[in-house]
Design a protein around this ligand. Sequence first.
Ligand code: MG
Length: 271
Amino acid sequence: MFGIGEIELFAIDLDGVVYRGDRVLPGAPSFISQIRGMGKSLVFVTNSTLRPKAYYVSKLESMGIPVIPQEILTAAHATGRYLKRCFDGASPTIFLLGERGLEEELEYLKPRYLSFQDDEVAQAVVVGLDRKINYRKLCKAVRDVMEGALFIGVNGDPLWPVEDGFMPGVGVFLSAIREATGVEPFIVGKPNTYMLELAIKVYGCTPSQVLMIGDKLDSDIMMGNRVGAKTALVLSGVTSPEELKEAPTDMQPYIVARDLAHLEDILFYSE
Ligand SMILES: [Mg+2]
């Protein structure tokens, strides 16, 4: 175990940790205000590709968790940061498989979007969740990647959890394009380390001063461990105690708690 004094940045997943659907989970508002009270930094890290930051700000506020947009790090936003770095701040031409929320997050790059009917080859093919994907869009994505466009996945999740089960996720589209082209995408979202490394840079701390809190072993916890952060698993989301027991070493968290209320007890009151 580590002392709370070692932690400067709390990186917290949203779904299954802070809320489930529209329901706030036990202890979340209190845990967040406790962190703020101690003067620590926090950032919410989500693989979401559909919604702009403003959506999360108002959702969290409605749950009694005041937050500023800079404290929300979505995979969609991080994709914009990655593109900015790749193109040195210049406006790229993009072929986008994605929806309005992703487009909004990329707007500040002033990209020029190509349609599936354009012959011009995009500089980057960016793949998020697109519920209106069709064969012609897939053709354009495959052709442009074959012609040398950067191939970027907002996240690699094969499944997208919804209220009544699962839908196919971004990973399904990436697999199709990878299968056709033989090109591996760069994946921005968890469990890859790009998002957490970005947060570490923005907040100016070291990896070991970060506590990554999440409910998914092969996503939140794996990313945290890969970066060299401390990790905490809450069992209020998708992971069962049995799954935890069987998980390999690189997915084992430092701490396990039932939910954020329990984690607050462990971190703040047990020393
Ligand atoms: Mg989650």
